[in-house]
Every structure is written in C-alpha cells, then in structure tokens.
Design a protein around this ligand. Structure first.
Ligand code: ATP
Ligand code: MG
Length: 421
C-alpha cells in the first residue's frame, strides 16, 4: 500500500482531470459507493472459484454485530448493488463511472499492490453491441488524450452460458486427457472452473492451453453477430484490435464481449485495462434481469506506463509568492491574498517554519519564493502598504521588473499574474 505524495500526486490529479473531462463528453456520470461491502456480495458477484474470492480479499468480522465484511477488491459488484438498491434502471439505461481505491491481498511486485486504484466505466441496461464498442472507444480515447502509445487492444467473446457449457464439456474431456501437463492449480480447477485454466500464467502450461478447444468455435449465430458488430464499429473508427481466444478475464460474471488493453512495457503486469459484458450479474445480485458492460483500468499501471514513455504532467507552481517582511501586517496581507485567490490567482504565503513570529530576512524569503517556482513575488513592505499598495516583482522573466499595484483595486490587476500556457 503506497502513500501518494507531491510532486507525484500532480500526475494523479492530471489523469483524474482528463478522465472527468472525457467521461463528461461521453455523458457518463460519476458514482461513489462504499469501500466496505458485505463479503457475500463479492462471493456471489465474482464467483467462488476466482483468484480474488479464493485468496485475495481483505475480509473481517464486524465486532459489533458479527457481519462479514470485505474491503472492495473491485467496484463493479458495488455499483450493481447500488444500482439495484436505488432502482436506477427504472427509467432506462445508465452510463456511470467511478474512481477509487481497491484492495487485494496479492504478492506485492511491480504494478501489483495491495491497495491500488481503479477508474471504471459501466453502462447498465443496454443490450446492444454498440455500447460494448462505445466503452472500448472511450478507453481508446483516454489513451490518446493521455498521449499513451503501444497499447494493444485484445478481444474475445465468451458467448452465452449454454455455449460455454458445451465448450466446458469439451474442455474438461481435453484436460482429462492431458492431466499430466497440468499444474496443481489447474488440477484443482479442472471441474470447478476449467475456463480459468486457459488464463494461466504458468509458462510450463502454455502449450497445453494453446491446443485446448476454443470457446469461439462453440458460439452460435447471435453471439457471433454481436461480436462482429463490435469489431466492425472498431474498424470504422480506426481502432486496431487483435483476437485473443484465450482471454477469459478474472471474474466469472462475463459473457459475450471481453477485452483487455495490454502493453509490453510494464513487464509481466502488462494489462492496464480490462472489461466486458456481464448480462447476468444484475440478476445474480438480486435485481431485475438487465444487461450491462464495463471496464476498469489500473491507475498505477497507467501512470507507470506514462512515466515509461516519458510523459509527465505539468508540475503545479503558484502564480505568486507573498513576501511579508513584517508579521504585524499579516491580517491586512492575508485579506489581500484572499481577494487575489477569489480572482483565480494561486498564491503561496511566506510562512516561517521556526517557532516565534520572525518572518526571516528578505533574502531568505526571496530564496523561498524562487524555490516555489512562482512567476511573481508580491512584496508587502511597510512603505508600500502605508501607501495602500503592494510591489509585484517578476521572478522568472522580464529581468526582475517590478511595479506597485493598488490594494483597493486588486481585481483590476490580478489577471496579469495568471500564468498563461
Ligand atoms: P491481473 O491478471 O493483472 O491480476 P485482473 O484480471 O486481476 O488483473 P481486473 O480485476 O480486471 O484485473 O482489474 C482491472 C485492472 O486493474 C487490471 O487490468 C490492472 O490494470 C489493475 N489491477 C488489478 N489488480 C491490481 C493490483 N493488485 N495492483 C495494481 N493494479 C491492479
Ligand atoms: Mg488479479
């Protein structure tokens, strides 16, 4: 679990701002659900035989009432619970997004943390393949907006439950024939969740899974048509994709379209975003049956990839740094700073870090002003304040030009302090 500190936190805010802007343009609305949910929600929602439910959840018993609770390992189950609880689909479909921390008890390594952050988008109540495509276009637009390159879109279709059942029988028969090539995990899941075996990261098992019966070959006409529609919309939008017949995703709840955005630049944790359709989850969680599709991206991995590709969010600097020679004038100075901030100027006030009222020498205050990165210093000296004015000095450009400005007309000159990019 990481502390996210300045200056790195500026990268987080930059990414979050980009996401908010983009979600607004796709008309997805923000939603926030609790960090803690009943454990049963995740067991039902994700499926009992999944990595998350089997070994990754932070679960505990509420000491007061014995309730079984879990720190959310992902947000889709919580979103669906809230959508059902508040009858949000009563008037039709909903487009939603969220951002926030998730918790999984995994072995920590590069790109894999125990508290990590996801941003996710969900479209609930829409059965059509165009919404699958819209969500993929949304993620694709985000990479563009962030300036990310080298992100590959992988697609697969998981079909419908009855198609999966037919494939499952064929798969189990195949695995039984090849049981010697399976690791312990695979043998344990052979009958409970054989599809997940195809998702194995064990290098020794790649040959046996590569030759396994493909789910795609078991899909009926409607499932294939749904998949074709998604692909043709992506093609029409110039979004490249590759087919990955082994893409099954971590959770049980997916059907039809599944996808991942993958990069080779992050070592073995190369998936930055994953999602798909989950038409049966809402009913599973106790709602009236309704279709849904969504994705979640890993914020840490996206930021790490940005760093890897040399992209950097602009470092925030204040427009002005207030130099205050005399502590006695603080009330009047701070009133002036308030007016500046109300006019949109960002101002950092000089503040001594040692105990006592001494503000420090002008020289040391100017040093701090320089270090802050501010483009202007505001000098609240005794002489100019007696005249009802403040001296504005350029710190970065204009050869240190300075000019007195009246304190009773701040809003008239405040805009001249704003950094224009
Ligand atoms: P993986 O196969 O890497 O374990 P997953 O299938 O468990 O991924 P999802 O549950 O689909 O991942 O989560 C969506 C995204 O969240 C992932 O693609 C990844 O970018 C990110 N993510 C998942 N687990 C972690 C983690 N422990 N630390 C950081 N990011 C994570
Ligand atoms: Mg995982």
């Amino acid at each position: 679990m990481n502390d996210i500190l300045p200056p790195d936190s500026a990268d987080w805010e930059w990414l979050e701002d980009k996401v908010r802007g983009l979600m607004a343009r796709f008309a997805y609305r923000n939603m926030r659900t609790p960090i803690v949910e009943p454990t049963a929600l995740f067991v039902r929602g994700l499926g009992e035989v999944t990595d998350i439910v089997e070994k990754e959840m932070y679960s505990f018993e509420d000491k007061l009432n014995g309730e079984h609770l879990t720190l959310r390992p992902e947000a889709t189950a919580g979103v669906v619970r809230a959508v059902v609880e508040h009858s949000m689909l009563y008037e039709g479909g909903k487009r939603l997004y969220y951002m926030g921390p998730m918790f999984r008890h995994e072995r920590p390594q590069r790109g894999r943390y125990r508290q990590f952050h996801q941003i996710g988008a969900e479209a609930l109540g829409f059965p059509g393949a165009q919404v699958d495509a819209e969500l993929i276009l949304l993620a694709h637009s985000l990479w563009r907006e962030l300036g990310l390159t080298n992100v590959e879109l992988q697609l697969n279709s998981l079909g419908q439950p009855e198609e999966r059942r037919a494939h499952r029988s064929a798969l189990i028969a195949y695995l039984e024939k090849n049981v010697d090539a399976l690791d312990d995990d695979a043998r344990r899941r052979m009958y409970s969740n054989p599809l997940r075996i195809l998702d194995t990261k064990n290098p020794a098992m790649q040959d046996v899974v590569n030759a396994a019966p493909r789910l795609l070959d078991f899909l009926g006409e409607a499932s294939l048509k749904h998949f074709d529609t998604v692909k043709s919309i992506l093609d029409a939008n110039g979004v490249p994709w590759t087919m990955n017949p082994r893409l099954v995703r971590g959770m049980d709840y997916y059907n039809l379209t599944v996808f991942e955005f993958v990069t080779t630049q992050l070592g073995s944790q190369g998936t930055i975003c994953g999602g798909g359709r989950y038409d049966y989850l809402i009913e599973e969680i106790g709602g009236k049956p309704a279709p849904a599709v969504g994705w979640a991206l890993g914020v840490e991995r996206v930021l790490e990839l940005l760093k890897e590709q040399g992209a950097k969010a602009p470092t925030p600097v204040p427009d002005a740094y207030a130099i205050i020679p005399d502590a006695q004038r603080l009330p009047a100075v701070m009133a002036a700073l308030q007016t500046l901030r109300a006019a949109g100027v960002s101002v950092q006030m000089h503040t001594p870090t040692a105990a006592g009222e001494d503000m420090g020498s002008m020289k040391s205050q100017f040093k701090k002003a320089d270090a802050s990165g501010a483009r202007h210093a505001l000098i609240f000296g005794a002489d100019e304040m007696a005249r009802g004015a403040v001296t504005v000095k350029a710190l970065r450009d204009g050869d240190g030009q300075q000019q007195e400005q009246p304190l009773n007309a701040i809003s008239a000159w405040a805009p001249s302090l704003l950094t224009t990019v």
